[in-house]
Design a protein around this ligand. Structure first.
Ligand SMILES: [Zn+2]
Length: 449
């Protein structure tokens, strides 16, 4: 539910209410009822794919798959997975011949190599997206019409002077858009004033934007905005970011995971557990661990199957992300009975590969271990060469901390690794072509799967 959505696009009130009622109930249903709903939807999707989607028509024929052979969710395993590479090559043949020509919408997402891929959605998929946000925001106390601020660069990037327009208010939805094309001390202060003036109760943002914003406003001392909940979305929320944001805003952060492909939605509850939104898409975990990690956890690839967007359906789509499902079977105190994901690993470019082939998806945690580091970034240029940017708290960071940092980095990256530490300010970090802050940038890790 982006703040700048066109209300007309969402005028499927019956479908919206139907989804909301059903998915709300599913959150507290027995697994058998959830599976039954999912199977009903999946059967419709498979039948549609066989009749109207060229890519799947051929795939089913080649593999001798018939819609009437799908009797359980397990039967879905007969259908080969869909990789991002196949999606890139076959994207046009994955669009349903049924078309929805006048009502469809094109979304663009990045492929594995940064190239753009078109995702087509129909009005039902827009209702689907609206409801998933609605249910998620409700967990933090939000109700439609309550004052809401969204940090965004997407909306402003299209404007004539994207760096000069700071905000836009939508009085109908009572939502305030704040421009994060760039954040500096000056506009951070102005955003703070705008939020106060608009009596904002809820905030939605990419974690990296809010993290940088928090760094700036913390320098102005404690703020008491009366924010009830912060919702993060769009990229992995790291532990150190959560800590800083929660401290700055004085409220809980609830995190949210999803894709434009509309097949996987995970959302956090107030008890800090990331639940699978079982009504949204069919989520599949494919175990990739040869053995359990030291703490008993196991990593899985995250796959998803379309349940609603028949315009461009995906079956067993590999999101490219790794997760750690919670297999303890312990019920969540919030009452939600859906599956839980304990951890979501950052996208592949956030993984450091060391010379002995080990992968470090969370090396940025080193920055939490050393006092005096406000923000840190590790850039890996090759297996042995690392640049590390540090935005220090000058009162706490000195030679001792730098030696400690170097000690830990060498511990993970190898004693012969070349590590250059640079002291920078917020503007001195590498934001890449996307303009998004990433704690770890690795040209080696980006090719890792
Ligand atoms: Zn829960």
């Amino acid at each position: 539910m982006s703040l700048h959505f066109k209300v007309s696009k969402y005028l499927l009130p019956y479908r919206i209410l139907q989804f909301k009622r059903k998915w709300e109930a599913l959150q507290y249903s027995a697994p058998e009822s959830v599976a039954q709903y999912q199977l009903e939807r999946i059967k419709k999707v498979i039948k549609h794919c066989r009749q109207h989607v060229p890519y799947y028509r051929d795939l089913f024929q080649e593999n001798d798959i018939h819609p009437q052979d799908i009797h359980s969710l397990r039967d879905l395993q007969k259908i080969p997975e869909l990789s991002k590479d196949i999606l890139r090559e076959q994207q046009e043949r994955m669009v349903s011949e049924k078309g929805w020509h006048f009502l469809r919408e094109q979304l663009l997402t990045s492929g594995t190599t940064g190239d753009k891929i078109s995702i087509w959605v129909n009005p039902v998929a827009r209702a689907q997206e609206f409801v998933r946000y609605w249910l998620f925001f409700q967990r933090g106390g939000y109700g439609i019409g309550k004052s809401f601020a969204e940090f965004s660069s997407d909306f402003f990037i299209d404007q004539e002077n994207p760096l000069q327009v700071l905000s836009q208010k939508n009085p109908i939805t009572n939502q305030l858009l704040l421009n994060t094309s760039y954040i500096c001390q000056e506009n951070a202060r102005q955003y703070l004033d705008l939020m106060r003036k608009n009596k904002v109760l809820f905030v939605k943002s990419r974690p990296s934007s809010l993290y940088i914003f928090s760094q700036y406003i913390q320098e102005q001392g404690a703020i008491d905005l009366g924010i009830q909940c912060v919702f993060t979305i769009g990229e992995p929320l790291h532990i150190h970011q959560r800590q800083v944001i929660e401290k700055t805003f004085g409220c809980q952060v609830l995190d949210f995971y999803g894709h434009m492909e509309r097949v996987v939605a995970l959302s956090e509850c107030t008890h800090g557990r990331m639940h699978v939104d079982e009504g949204y898409g069919l989520v599949e975990f494919q175990d990739v661990s040869n053995h359990s990690e030291e703490d008993g956890s196991r990593k899985s690839r995250l796959l998803g199957t379309t349940m609603h967007n028949l315009l461009m359906p995906f079956i067993r789509y590999d999101t490219g992300d790794l997760v750690e499902p919670d297999n303890t079977g312990q019920p969540c105190p919030c009452g939600n009975t859906s599956r839980v994901v304990k951890r979501i690993y950052g996208r592949t470019e956030d993984v450091i590969i060391s010379q002995d082939g080990a992968t470090y998806p969370a090396l940025f945690l080193i920055f939490n271990m050393i006092s005096g580091i406000k923000m840190g970034q590790i850039i890996q240029d090759d297996l042995l060469f690392f640049r590390v940017n540090i935005y220090p708290d000058n009162e706490l960071y000195n030679k001792t901390q730098e030696e400690e940092l170097l000690f830990y980095l060498k511990k993970y990256l190898g004693q012969n690794a070349s590590i250059d530490i640079h002291i920078v300010d917020v503007k001195g970090f590498d934001y890449g072509s996307s303009g998004k802050f990433r704690s770890v940038i690795s040209s080696v890790g980006s090719s890792w799967q």
